[in-house]
Design a protein. Structure first.
Length: 155
């Protein structure tokens, strides 16, 4: 019940709670799916040794002192994963076949996700409808890329 015993305002049902928690959790679930999908795409396109090389090419500073074989994709933040793909040399060497010839189009799908993720995870603002649309679009695009990569085809 919503309100107090003398002034009942509404009755909250199980469905109301599900809708509320879905609304709260949805952007975080979308971001998690985007991050794991991007990681799967990177794994399909680049060997472990290639990932080390790609991290160095992208100049991700916190990995400067790591041994050659000690960089794992699981250690990388979403922004760092995007930086690996965004790097021009890395894109043409490892990711162009899967993501397509247009690096700007790929960045249009990925870069806004990092900004939205950082704003939401650091509670700077609530997600907007535009944010949810961007996340859903990027997630769907990456899901198609993962399916293509695992099937051996390129979309």
């Amino acid at each position: 019940m919503v309100g107090d015993p003398s002034r009942l305002m509404a009755v909250a049902t199980g469905t109301d709670f599900i809708r509320f928690f879905h609304e709260i959790a949805r952007p975080f679930v979308l971001i998690q799916e985007i991050e794991t999908s991007l990681r799967a795409c990177i794994e399909q396109c680049a060997s472990q040794q290639d990932v080390v090389s790609a991290v160095r090419s992208a100049k991700i500073g916190r990995f400067r002192e790591y041994d050659e074989g000690s960089i794992s994709l699981d250690e990388l933040t979403l922004t760092e994963q995007i930086d690996i793909v965004k790097n021009g040399d890395n894109y043409s060497r490892y990711f162009q076949k899967l993501f397509g010839r247009s690096r700007p189009l790929t960045m249009q799908k990925l870069v806004p996700v990092a900004t939205i993720r950082n704003d939401l995870f650091h509670f700077k603002r609530a997600p907007t409808l535009a944010d949810l649309s961007t996340l859903a679009s990027s997630r769907s695009w990456l899901f198609r890329k993962v399916r293509a990569a695992t099937a051996g085809a390129v979309i």
